[in-house]
Design a protein around this ligand. Structure first.
Ligand SMILES: [Mn+2]
Length: 424
């Protein structure tokens, strides 16, 4: 399906009076409103190809209908999203779920939707049909050199697909680890993983980055070989300047201070990418900002401060991606909500009076520090985010327009009710 420009204009006209009133009221109190809007317009968040179908759990999956059946249809979905918010102009592919049969035509299609290819994702956490050796006991950490080589070769193949599409980075998330004490020699597992990553690193083009993503637990429940930011940083430091740590919000132990992790990784020049989601308990993969919006703001506050300290461009310096997948919402509505939550947290972080905060810190004025942060967090910045969309020819309210246009119903009409997206 296609959304026509006049449909977006009509929607914006119907909401424009209320929007203008709220925007002008807010802008009166914000001296840097124009600068923040320009930042918001530039900021783009990549959508992972696996988030476009209904996620599942090990207990079941409840398909919502009209799911994309191919890479082309996944790009169509992200193209629709991008038309609605003009903030999701990138797609992150997963191999082997999204192997492009004809890279050239896929590139042409992406350009039509205004999408670029963000990080490529490899998969050695499950066995694929016809795969020679099993990853049951790990991939890059495996005791058998042949299994490690298979995992390395797969990652190099993913890089090859990425080069064809114009991607510039590879994200490696390993489920490697152990489920029981004694199962694994931790030092050998680390060394094997390092050697395997070094072989992948050697195949990276000069202008590429490799992101090493960590995760505390699951599917392994006793140890994970890249289990936390320290272990990831150890790998990426040993690998070299093209290697960076990737932070996924759901991959920490409960109550970890993620904003502090982000701050130090940025200081060391080793934060490469970010996966947004939210959780109450573990790696719940819920909509960004749906459970802990204050934490999301505090993280963005450190991201903005850390990027500014190093002169890193907010929009292009790091890889921004949503990584969520769950059971109960329409995936496209959910992604629109996630992007909105990310833009809100980013806008709030841009509102922080950093000079005053630094002054208060110097004076050990703890109360003032809290006042400054919470004053930004408690500002309703939604009119700023809507204004940025309006100026980009996107919808003032993307979720509302998605429903008004009956996007899902039309996708079901085109694709059928019983479609299942490739992926999770
Ligand atoms: Mn992730």
């Amino acid at each position: 399906m296609k959304i026509e420009r006049y449909q977006i204009d009509e929607h914006n006209r119907s909401l424009s009076q209320g929007h203008q009133r709220r925007f002008e009221f807010l802008a009166q109190d914000i001296s840097r409103a124009e600068e923040i809007i320009q930042n918001l317009i530039k900021f783009q968040i990549a959508i992972p190809s696996w988030a476009l179908g209904t996620g599942g759990t090990r207990f079941g999956r409840f398909s919502g209908g009209g799911e994309p059946r191919s890479l082309e249809e996944k790009m169509e979905d992200i193209g629709l999203m991008h038309q609605l918010n003009q903030s999701s102009g990138a797609i992150s592919l997963h191999i082997p779920w999204d192997i492009p049969e004809n890279a050239q035509s896929v590139k042409v299609l992406a350009a039509q939707y205004g999408l670029r290819f963000d990080a490529m994702n490899s998969n050695t956490f499950k066995d694929q049909p016809g795969q020679e050796l099993s990853y049951k006991f790990g991939s890059m950490q495996h005791v058998d050199r042949a299994v490690r080589k298979q995992a390395v070769d797969h990652n190099i193949e993913v890089i090859r697909h990425g080069i064809e599409l114009g991607s510039k980075s590879l994200t490696v998330w390993l489920s490697d680890g152990s489920c029981f004490p004694g199962q694994l020699n931790f030092r050998k597992a680390f060394q094997n993983t390092l050697e395997s990553l070094q072989e992948v690193y050697a195949a990276l083009p000069d202008d590429w980055k490799i992101f090493v993503e960590y995760k505390a637990f699951e599917p392994n429940f006793y140890s994970t070989t890249v289990g936390d930011w320290g272990q990831s940083l150890l790998f990426t430091s040993k690998l070299g300047p093209k290697a960076y740590t990737l932070v996924d919000l759901g991959h920490h132990l409960p109550n970890a201070n993620i904003e502090q992790i982000v701050s130090l990784l940025l200081m060391e020049g080793k934060l490469g990418g970010f996966h947004f989601n939210d959780s109450k308990y573990g790696d719940d993969d819920l909509t960004a900002g749906s459970i802990k919006p204050y934490q999301l703001f505090l993280i963005f506050n450190e991201l903005v401060a850390g990027m500014d300290a190093k002169g890193i461009d907010h929009a292009t310096g790091l890889g921004w991606m949503i990584d969520a997948s769950h059971n109960v919402k329409d995936p496209l509505e959910d992604l629109l909500q996630s992007v909105e939550a990310i833009m809100i947290a980013y806008a709030q972080a841009l509102l922080v009076d950093t000079a005053a905060l630094e002054q208060a810190r110097q004076e050990n004025d703890v109360v003032r520090c809290q006042e400054i942060l919470q004053s930004a967090f408690r500002t309703d910045v939604r009119p700023l985010v809507s204004e940025a969309r309006l100026r980009s020819n996107a919808a003032i309210n993307p979720v509302q327009l998605f429903r008004e246009l009956k996007v899902r119903e039309k996708l079901i009409g085109e694709r059928g009710l019983k479609t299942v997206a490739t992926g999770l």
